[in-house]
Design a protein. Structure first.
Lengths: 201, 465
């Protein structure tokens, strides 16, 4: 088996922020379904939140003050709904390297992790303060440390959480698990052989 | 020790504890479709990995399929490219694929159970969030993203943390005109669209026990709309009867395979005294026909209830509703019966019962889209297509259709759609400004006839049970 593809460790993400306010922003809104009619992820960066952006010219993704931002700051249940990886793929290709928010859907957070994009979760008040700070000072430098979960920006400082396994995976560089899953394939075959529906009833 | 089905199935499929602390979990059945796999196959090829268990992998084409003219090549060249890409990848890997040219094609979550591929005690994965549907048969089924599809293709495994289990007890029995869709909309409304994050939902109680597999699938299907990635019902006699004779189910007869399977399926069910991380109870008799008013599936009201929302809520503005008003009486433009939530035979039968002898309102465009070719054939054998066509509905071929904007069936402009599907997200049905009202298929049928949202019970009074 090939072990050539070992992604690198992600210990921290630094950069400017892009605040997108609102709870329950689903993946249909982040990447409308019509852009899924394709066989590759290429070009998805052009369609991130396209319908929301068209409906609202002042949408943060349209705001030139946030151009070049790499840390998305969101509220609760971000990425709910469809499992489409096209949503985090579009965000990553747009330049987002980490997301800080109140909470995330499980599938979205897992998809983002598979691409090396940590999703940091923190309380409502911390997120509000960070969003307000970025809105006032768009060029404020944000630093998010994966191991400690500490997020700092100007006077704002709080400790966010990542699921332990994902945090360890980022820090150790093992966030893409395929090679690990193939590592002891004989054990996979052994488990399969014991299952009555595979062995035969 | 007493255990839940979730833990028994998890333990039977756990390969090892990974250095990350996650579990390497074997996937007993991998279902794939055209939308979330082409990039996964590309990644596989880039690394020189092969499909590890092609015999445990099955494919269909559903999301992009036009439901009016299903002949190949599809008119949309990108859709055709997706279909031919899946065909090529499946051919090369030796994966069975059902295309619109085959009798077994349909929505992945309809054909899995229908063919008997989905069985109790399995772990199942599919690059689609509504994979939770398969839990209706007592499987643990995960919706996954494309990178995870790559992992399952390469290793037949996922790296996962175990979930907590919440027992959702639905006691008593449903009143006439109240359906599984109303039950799950009520559950999501109370527990919230995020309430299930970190949980598998185990549905039980007299109301669930009394449900058909079709109804249980409707419930499990929308677990993800409540934030729960996994939902399931313990297998019982209804499950075993459903599976008997299905093409991929264990064979009956002299070999005794089916009976041995049933014995294992009984064992895998949650023990009576299993402990749960959380328990909630709903009284089925108190559930009423329910309709969404907002832009997520937790924003719903009963047909007799006023919308109680903050006037500033963006959902109200988008939908054009006022707080204090009811959704009942809202004029509709489109009626859609179908999807992996409510596109099965019993859904069409119940809708046809309402429709028979009526005609849809002149301003309404109405579609019935069977969830699979087999559902369509079974409905036609019962003459249901005539009932719908005579009433002014369009009778279509199988596919995901108007549940999401990936095929020609889309809302236009600010149209309002009474829909038996699963998501009322902004733009979900293909128009960025389109508006979706989720409800049961019977409620959709009633709305199509009345031209506006009505309480289906007022129409049930005039039809025989």
């Amino acid at each position: 088996m090939s072990h050539s593809h070992q992604p690198s460790a992600i210990s921290h993400v630094d950069g400017q922020g892009l605040p997108v306010r609102g709870n329950d922003i689903d993946t249909d809104r982040i990447m409308p379904a019509r852009f899924l009619v394709a066989v590759s992820f290429e070009g998805l960066e052009h369609h991130v939140s396209e319908d929301d952006r068209k409906a609202d010219s002042s949408h943060p993704f349209n705001d030139p003050r946030y151009r070049g931002a790499s840390i998305l700051v969101v509220n609760a249940n971000f990425g709910c709904g469809s499992s489409r990886e096209h949503a985090p793929q579009g965000l990553a290709r747009f330049g987002i390297r980490a997301i800080v928010g109140e909470s995330f859907s499980e599938i979205f957070q897992g998809n983002a992790a598979m691409m090396g994009m940590p999703c940091f979760a923190a309380g409502h008040d911390s997120i509000e303060r960070l969003q307000a700070l970025i809105e006032q000072t768009p060029d404020v430098a944000i630093a998010a440390d994966v191991d400690s979960g500490v997020v700092t920006a100007g006077d704002v400082r709080f400790t966010a959480t990542l699921p332990r396994a994902l945090r360890d995976a980022f820090v150790s560089g093992q966030w893409n698990p395929t090679a690990m899953l193939l590592d002891r394939f004989d054990e996979v075959r052994a488990v399969a052989a014991q299952l009555p529906y595979i062995r035969g009833f | 020790m007493a255990e839940t089905l979730f833990h028994k199935v998890w333990n039977a499929h756990a390969v090892r504890k990974l250095p990350s602390g996650q579990t390497q979990l074997f996937v007993g059945l991998h279902l794939i479709h055209e939308v979330t796999t082409p990039q996964a196959f590309d990644m596989l090829h880039q690394h020189g990995w092969r499909v590890a268990f092609p015999e445990r992998t099955f494919a269909t084409i559903d999301h992009i399929v036009p439901t009016s003219a299903q002949r190949r090549p599809f008119l949309d060249v990108m859709a055709e490219e997706m279909a031919s890409s899946l065909e090529r990848n499946c051919r090369e890997a030796g994966i069975p694929l059902w295309t619109p040219d085959d009798d077994n094609q349909g929505i992945v979550h309809v054909i899995g159970p229908e063919l008997g591929l989905t069985q109790p005690g399995m772990t199942i994965a599919c690059g689609d969030s509504h994979t939770s549907t398969h839990g209706a048969l007592g499987a643990i089924a995960f919706g996954i993203g494309t990178s995870q599809v790559r992992d399952v293709l390469a290793s037949q495994c996922l790296a996962l943390d175990p979930l907590k289990v919440r027992r959702i007890e639905v006691t008593g029995s449903l009143r006439p005109g109240v359906y599984a869709k109303d039950v799950i909309l009520t559950i999501i409304r109370r527990l919230g669209v995020q309430g299930g994050v970190g949980f598998a939902y185990e549905y039980g109680g007299a109301a669930i026990d009394g449900m058909s597999l079709d109804e249980r699938m409707t419930i499990c299907n929308m677990s993800i709309e409540g934030g729960a990635r996994v939902g399931y019902v313990n297998p019982d006699e209804t499950t075993f009867a459903f599976l008997r004779g299905r093409p991929f189910a264990p064979q009956e007869g002299a070999s005794g395979a089916f009976d041995r399977a049933v014995a294992w399926w009984r064992q895998i069910a949650s023990d009576a005294n299993a402990s749960y991380d959380d328990r909630v109870t709903f009284d089925a008799s108190a559930i009423e026909p329910t309709v969404t008013w907002g832009i997520n599936p937790g924003q719903s009201v009963t047909v007799n209830e006023a919308i109680a929302a903050d006037p500033q809520d963006e959902a109200l503005e988008f939908m054009g509703f006022q707080p204090g008003r009811r959704v009942t009486g809202t004029k509709i433009d489109v009626a859609f019966i179908g999807s992996c939530t409510n596109g099965r035979l019993s859904d069409l039968e119940e809708a046809a019962r309402i429709v028979r002898g009526h005609h849809i309102a002149p301003h309404v465009k109405a579609l019935v889209v069977p969830g699979s070719k087999a559902v369509g054939r079974a409905a036609e054998a019962r003459g249901l297509h005539h009932v719908f066509i005579d009433a002014g509905f369009e009778w279509r071929g199988a596919g995901c259709s108007m549940c999401l904007g990936m095929n020609p069936d889309k809302l236009e402009g600010r149209q309002v759609c009474a829909s038996s599907s699963n998501r009322n997200f902004k733009g979900r049905q293909g128009s960025p400004t389109g508006r979706t009202l989720l409800m049961s298929p019977a409620m959709v049928a009633a709305a199509a006839i009345a031209g506006e949202v009505v309480d289906v019970r007022t129409m049930l009074e005039e039809v025989p049970a």
